[in-house]
Design a protein around this ligand. Sequence first.
Ligand code: HEC
Length: 266
Amino acid sequence: MSEKQENQDYDHKSSVRGFTPDLNSFPDENPKPSSGQEPFPFWLMIVCVILMIIGGSYVGANSGGFNFSNNHKPGYQASVPEGLTGKPPELSDFEKYVNGGEAVYKAVCNGCHQGAGQGNGQIPPLVNSEWVNKGTERFSQIVLNGLSGPITVNGAAYGAAAMPAQKGAINDKQIAQVMTYVRFKFGNITDSVVTKEMVEVARQKFGDKANQYSASELSGEDVMLEGDQPDWMSPESGDAESDDAESVESGEGSASLVLESNEQNS
Ligand code: HEC
């Protein structure tokens, strides 16, 4: 190294080098912290890798390739316990019609004639009443215009109370349905219904009467309202319906409902 070069040692490399302390010559001074710095145990790493391989292959084998169609059954419906179809029982047209009448009865007649049609004091019963289960014309006259004065019902005399006219409170369909309900429920009549058209005619004939009927003014006990029965009341379907009703009672009906719904599932 020439003198010129030495003078140009601006970084002082040559002079500093001699004074650099040997780091290894003071081993005990400021020891590097060692606690908590142990390397991750190799065996634990192996265990983790094995667990990841097992878990990954399980998910891979059972996920259906994460494909939506492999995990989704189209049209799937959870199976239901026997007897529980999740659907309301299927009602025949006759039952639906009668149910409509029941609602009218509860809203209009129930307060006087009572829920079981047994009457109450001077209010006569509808159960076993010849005014209910005989001629429908006089029955419609009573409902349309009301009734007052002495009347004998199933052998017992009434007359102290009067029945108000219902023609302003309920329409023809409601009168037809409530008459059908009363005839079915309290008179056991299942072979015929009262239709809206029948009540329409009755209202035209009798609806203008100013005051209530007395029992002696009513039509005869054989006079039926004119009009056809609905299609669903034809003799064949009437028989079929009573068969249905029997099988529902014996439990067969509900079993066949379950079968039907199972067929839909498959
Ligand atoms: C405010 C009370 C009252 C209401 C509401 C009422 N009735 Fe009456 N009903 C009577 C009374 C009272 C008589 C008896 C009248 C008499 O003695 O002349 C009667 C008589 C009858 C009769 C003839 C007698 C018998 O017992 O068979 C029929 C049928 C009848 N009602 C049906 C109905 C129907 C159906 C309804 C509902 C649409 C109805 N009533 C609503 C009080 C009522």
